[in-house]
Design a protein around this ligand. Sequence first.
Ligand SMILES: Cc1cc2nc3c(=O)[nH]c(=O)nc-3n(C[C@H](O)[C@H](O)[C@H](O)COP(=O)(O)OP(=O)(O)OC[C@H]3O[C@@H](n4cnc5c(N)ncnc54)[C@H](O)[C@@H]3O)c2cc1C
Length: 353
Amino acid sequence: MKTLDYLIVGQGIAGSILDFTLRKNGFHGVVVDNGHKDSSSKVGAGVINPLTGRKFVKSWQFDQIEPRARSVYDQFSKLIGFDIASPRNIIRILHQLKDENEWELRTTEKSTERFRVEVPDLEMYKEFIHKGEKYGELTGGSQVHMPVLIKAYQQFLKKYKFLVSEEFDYAALETNQECYEYKGLKVEYVIFAEGYKASQNPYFEDLPFRPAKGEALIVKIKDFSPSKILKQNLNLVPLGEGVFWVGSGFDQHFKDTQPSEAEKTRMTKTLDELLKVPYDIIDHISAVRPCTQDRKPLIGRHETHKNLFVFNGFGTKGASLVPYWAEALVRHINFKEPLPNSVNPYRHQAKEN
Ligand SMILES: Cc1cc2nc3c(=O)[nH]c(=O)nc-3n(C[C@H](O)[C@H](O)[C@H](O)COP(=O)(O)OP(=O)(O)OC[C@H]3O[C@@H](n4cnc5c(N)ncnc54)[C@H](O)[C@@H]3O)c2cc1C
């Protein structure tokens, strides 16, 4: 029986980019995915934003992470013959004086001033949204077309028979020998990247996940195709030809994973207040983000099964974080380069003791 270098469980953005990175480094393996049944990557907007939240805080390790992401998405675009990431400026609506003050304070710091556009340009939005408030504009952001990436990479994996389309059966994984076996495949490493479904993984079920459901509306607005993202209480992310991704909630107490009427009502109310023009709702989608308690990813080896790995916990920032951490994990496997404690999957245990 031929031995493969690795088996990845999950073909979201984490599993896809990790597989891509492993192949680039000369490894050979397969990906097991259940047809994206529980995929956050198929729903997320893929926005990479340098300054986030109400306080415009610079995203964690942005200066290291963003150039890696740009380079990996460039290489990925060449593989599939389509630009998978588009540079996007981000307009922030500043509702109150306190937001304006915060904006002034945060975007004039030495480490963030390069993201600030001195004179925000809303020309393309003028006829479509109610004005009257203050705005700020950021440069250095982008939009990764995650659903397109997932589909294109699924086709690539299928074409070369690198994809096993099924629910991974944890009970069928034999880990009590030097080389692991899964349904007739001999593999050296197994890397789990199942998104929030990792809570059902018997090897990593105790990790500190705090999943959060999100929902989005896909809407069409006639004759309106701006290139900038608008961030308000909702994000308006252009998908091209007058179609927009509009979202999203952050619910850590969700009872099910389906789109809800309550969230649809909330989003349409906010959209009605923002837009001067009519819109059609084409779709209403939802998924669960693999968030963690301290909002940092979970990357590394299993405590006792040394060739089992987790690559997960990318929360609200899969598009920006995954390329950098995929390379770090491959270097860890390939050259034993240590991973920092900030992503150690067992870091919470050290704190508890
Ligand atoms: C509404 C919303 C908006 C978002 N917006 C953004 C954004 O603007 N920018 C950003 O960076 N991030 C955003 N995110 C977060 C982003 O989607 C996630 O960080 C990212 O998709 C996580 O990717 P993943 O590959 O870890 O998980 P997933 O995409 O969930 O992939 C896991 C895959 O594993 C499969 N799987 C699970 N269990 C098994 C099993 N037992 N056997 C086989 N297959 C299995 C699943 O079906 C799925 O295909 C958003 C998320 C949501 C929900």
